[in-house]
Design a protein around this ligand. Structure first.
Ligand code: ATP
Length: 244
């Protein structure tokens, strides 16, 4: 009998998204087990963000299926998908600069629950992400790394079962990247996570299995060290023979 931990949390079957003649996602069969921390890499335009938008209902697929925890969620609205437990931090900031970090977290937390539970969720996130020293400040006044953590906090405040993060360490300095990598590993002890990233050092810190996208398709899926040694991956993704 298969262990529940081996059950896929999310699965796509021959998933396609076309924009005119461009197949941004091209017959993708993707499977992620509960408890994984997966990294998606690939060159600019490989289809990573489009794939995330499909998984979260921000755009509808041209064809194919998306299953979440065994249920067909293809074509559901982004609100309904969020309600079922998929949270996303997009590349584009999704915060209110004129509100404090705590208010932003609270707005995220209350989307599907009552005030008391939202308050509890906010306190938990502040504690888990160590935001206490700046949670009272306006988001517009925060340093870049702090804003990114608030945004990650807003995803967590919705209590998702699957977290998708599109370039969470973009624009961070080295110290902030290390802290973010540690934070993701901690979060992964009880939540399944998929991270799109370009920074190889960051990927090496967090990744177990890496999925490589190229021209809308999955080119490789293997442990991080295998992927980073793969000549074809180096060729299409890195465009050089040495990996940092
Ligand atoms: N709304 C859209 N309309 C037309 N083409 C689009 C649209 N969104 C994405 N594309 C195209 O789909 C392809 C995949 O883009 P996508 O943004 O998913 O790549 P990516 O791997 O996330 O790239 P990056 O690493 O630069 O963020 C690209 O050719 C892009 O130009």
């Amino acid at each position: 009998m298969s262990d529940a931990a081996d059950m896929p949390l999310i699965e796509t079957r021959r998933l396609v998204k076309s924009f005119g003649g461009v197949h941004a996602t091209d017959t993708v069969d993707f499977t992620l087990k509960k408890g994984e921390l997966r990294c998606l890499i690939g060159p600019n335009g490989a289809g990573k963000s489009t794939f995330f938008k499909l998984l979260t209902g921000q755009i509808a697929p041209t064809s194919g299926k998306i299953l979440f925890d065994g249920d067909d969620v293809t074509g559901l609205s982004s609100f309904e998908i969020a309600r079922r437990g998929i949270g996303i931090k997009n590349q584009k900031p999704d915060v209110f600069d004129g509100l404090s970090a705590r208010e932003n977290l609270w707005l995220a937390a209350q989307f599907d629950t009552d005030k008391k539970t939202a308050d509890q969720r906010v306190e938990k996130v502040v504690d888990e992400l160590k935001l206490a020293s700046f949670v009272h400040k306006l988001v517009g006044e925060l340093a870049h790394g702090q804003r990114q953590w608030v945004e990650i906090g807003m995803v967590i405040a919705r209590n998702p079962r699957l977290i998708l993060l599109d370039e969470p360490s973009a624009g961070m300095d080295q110290e902030e990247r290390i802290r973010t990598a540690e934070l993701l590993k901690e979060l992964n002890t009880n939540t399944t996570i998929v991270v799109v990233e370009h920074d190889m050092q960051f990927i090496k810190r967090i990744a177990d299995i890496v999925t490589v996208f190229h021209r809308g398709k999955i080119l490789r899926e293997a442990p991080v060290d295998v992927v980073l040694r793969d000549p074809e991956v180096r060729n299409v993704y890195l465009g050089r023979t040495e990996v940092a």
